[in-house]
Design a protein. Structure first.
Length: 353
């Protein structure tokens, strides 16, 4: 098996998670890291025995022996390194969210089309056995046509603070940090339907209060520093007639925003625990799916890196296509645009290439 030689752009916390996972395999070799803070790059290189360090990622991209890069910068810095890497002939695995804005995500997808290289957006839950089993159920037609769904990812007390709450670095808050997981799960299982309109709300009311009880041991912040949303909800209509309710929160005075579920013409499906709601022999039945096969290693970061490397090695399509993930940016942009318009429903447009 040909070993894939790769480099990392950005060496923060998420990069460390990827690098830790890559120690478990021998089919991917990390040969260089780049970070604007040289000390951080050098510490990372020493920790994971990586031979080359750069502060300018363009020097990393100029190397002919590197055929792929992992972009692990903060949200607002996803676009340019990814675009530059694609133009340099590198394949790209970029951390979620694809970008902080629809414009940046669109530019990234356009660069991927122009370069004919792989642009994959990291989404570890794509390799969750639970999600894989749910996808098999949906693809087998067990639900019939999905006409309504709700998807949720929320914390009662979990504003991460730091660069996550700044416009300059994060651009957007809870919707990108954790909400994008829920949005991916729903749209992936629904077959990536095309959104046509969104009605949304977004606020950071609780983060602006900054009550001591809202802080966590790992995150404190000043109210004036919070520049992004900690709560977002959207009502999304799709071209096929289906509707999705998307809910996410970093902070809330509630134990739950509900569950992720799908209503189909033949059955319903709930993700946790994975359960089908259907009718059989004239009886209503709830079937908890047991014995879900473990299709993966158990390390989602490793799974996505191995899938990416395999696609690069075998010249396969992106395991998580940029054109699909672009739809999550369409929805998130629609949420913010609708919120700015007082919550009224607005039409959204999916970019084409």
């Amino acid at each position: 098996m040909r070993k894939i030689r790769t480099g990392f752009i950005g060496v923060g916390g998420i990069a460390q998670a990827h690098l830790r996972a890559l120690q478990e395999q021998d089919s991917i070799e990390v040969v260089a890291v780049a970070d604007i803070v040289r000390e951080n790059a050098e510490k990372t290189a020493a920790r994971w025995d990586i031979p080359s360090v750069y502060t300018d990622y363009h020097e990393l991209l100029a190397r002919d022996d590197i055929e792929s890069v992992n972009v692990c910068t903060f949200n607002q810095a996803h676009a340019q390194p990814s675009i530059d890497a694609l133009r340099a002939g590198k394949n790209v695995l970029v951390e979620k969210p694809m970008a902080a804005t629809l414009a940046d995500a669109t530019a990234m997808a356009a660069a991927a089309h122009a370069s004919d290289k792989i642009l994959m957006v990291a989404m570890p839950m794509r390799y969750s056995p639970n999600i894989l089993c749910a996808k098999a159920i949906v693809d087998a037609g067990r639900l019939g046509d999905i006409y309504y769904a709700e998807t949720v990812m929320a914390r009662r007390k979990g504003n991460p603070g730091r660069s996550f709450i700044r416009q300059e670095s994060a651009g957007i808050g809870a919707t990108a940090d954790i909400g994008v997981y829920a949005l991916f799960a729903a749209m992936f299982l629904m077959g990536w339907p095309k959104p046509i309109s969104v009605s949304g709300i977004a606020n950071n009311t609780l983060s602006k209060l900054a009550e001591p009880l809202l802080y966590t041991p790992w995150a404190r912040w000043e109210p004036e520093d919070v520049e992004v949303e900690d709560f977002g909800v959207a009502w999304v209509r799709f071209e096929n007639g289906a509707v999705l309710v998307f809910k996410t929160s970093w902070l809330m005075h509630m134990d739950s925003l509900g569950e992720t579920f799908f209503l189909g013409t033949q059955a319903g499906l709930k993700l946790d625990p994975l359960t089908m709601f259907h009718q059989e022999d004239g009886l209503l039945k709830n079937t908890v799916i047991e014995g879900i096969p473990d299709h993966s290693s158990g390390n989602r970061f490793l799974d996505e890196n191995l899938a990416f490397a395999d696609a690069v090695r075998e010249n396969k399509p992106s395991p998580i296509p940029a054109d699909d993930m672009l739809l999550t940016n369409v929805v998130i942009q629609g949420l913010f645009d609708s919120a700015a318009a007082g919550g009224r429903e607005i039409a959204v447009t999916v970019p084409t290439f």
